[in-house]
Ligand binder design. Sequence first.
Ligand SMILES: Cc1cc2nc3c(=O)[nH]c(=O)nc-3n(C[C@H](O)[C@H](O)[C@H](O)COP(=O)(O)OP(=O)(O)OC[C@H]3O[C@@H](n4cnc5c(N)ncnc54)[C@H](O)[C@@H]3O)c2cc1C
Length: 395
Amino acid sequence: MAIVVGSGAGGGTIAKELAAAGHDVLLIEKGPAIEERHAHRHYANIDAGVKVMRTCCLGGTTLVSAGNGMRCLERELRELGIDLAREFAKAEEELGVRELPDDLLGEGTRRLMSAARQLGHPVRKMPKFIDPDKCVSDGLCAFGCPAAAKWSAVRFVKEAEEHGARVITERAVDAILTRHGEVSGVRCRRWEAADDLVVLAAGALETPRLLGRLGLPTSPLFVDTFATIGGVCPGAGFHRDVPMGAFVSYSGGLVLPHYSRQLVALLQDRGHPVGPADVLGMMVKIRDQDAGEVGETVLKGVTVRDAELLIEGGAIAGAILERAGADPGTFVTAPLRGSHPGGTARIGVSVNTDLETEVSGLYVADASVLPAAPAAPPILTIVALAKYAAGRMGR
Ligand SMILES: Cc1cc2nc3c(=O)[nH]c(=O)nc-3n(C[C@H](O)[C@H](O)[C@H](O)COP(=O)(O)OP(=O)(O)OC[C@H]3O[C@@H](n4cnc5c(N)ncnc54)[C@H](O)[C@@H]3O)c2cc1C
């Protein structure tokens, strides 16, 4: 048997892979099984200085993703001895990663892409795990897709169930049980499940807490801190675009088209008579320094280096927005957030290159193991890593 803790990008993949390989899998998820379109009700964000975002429900934070399916950290992982070429290719096939046709990207995104090109920035379409035949271009990816057009880990959980996996929701694992240096099961309050193969995939904010209670080493948090900058552009209709349909890379990370309701509220507060259709926005997502902590509380501030990268990216975003028709006299910036918490149980610190801890049979397979801030969407890498590790478990 195998116990998998958490059903997001990492846990959903592990459950599917192990169940398909003939393991008797028990998947334990803290949040409820929900309708995808209600995912926004299950955000469990943490104000840690920078607001750290995640959702707690079956499928984890994949339910609110923008569908970005980019390979990241490929070189860093190869340098650690992990070659994911095969797993990336398989993950792209299973998630259906592709570029979206121009008409789905939306007029605002096309304007921003054209402005970026005019300013000499190489701009590329974002690879997406969104089915263009189902996408209704409502801009609601981060709320939970109402059209089920986007891959989420729930699909992998369902596949795991088809292979016989048992799924328990609304139950949080609060302790890992060990005996003589080997894992022996998990505890959820007074309920226990026994097994000699346990995979932690509770996300980068919960997994290190479970490891810490066993006295196992953990590592600092990164979140890919981002700022959303925008200004008035009457009638742009950008709020319905598929978010982050394209990107510009710069030395600090990525600059991407991004609508946020916070921009509208900030502009209205400043007296601009705007509605959702009257705003153009861009996200600056940086490779933040991993100076965050996950303990009793979560702490994640902004270092001087982070601020420099945000300013550098902000200048690029501002110039693109202005060229695309947003009024620079109205520019506002939403409070800093981070949607890619990771790094808290790194390869080389908490786990080896098979993702196994020093407790025999206890593995980690979520964003916690990532070796560095990607400054890019990590789901595809988490899925590929989980596939890689699943093939090495229980050998
Ligand atoms: C708004 C938003 C948009 C995003 N868009 C993208 C994107 O387009 N592309 C991309 O690559 N990435 C995106 N991300 C990031 C991506 O969703 C996460 O990096 C990824 O889901 C992390 O995977 P994970 O397995 O580490 O954790 P999660 O997917 O968060 O899964 C962890 C699961 O563990 C459960 N859990 C927690 N504690 C316990 C416990 N004690 N017992 C049992 N279960 C527990 C949680 O409820 C959760 O279901 C986005 C994130 C946000 C917030």
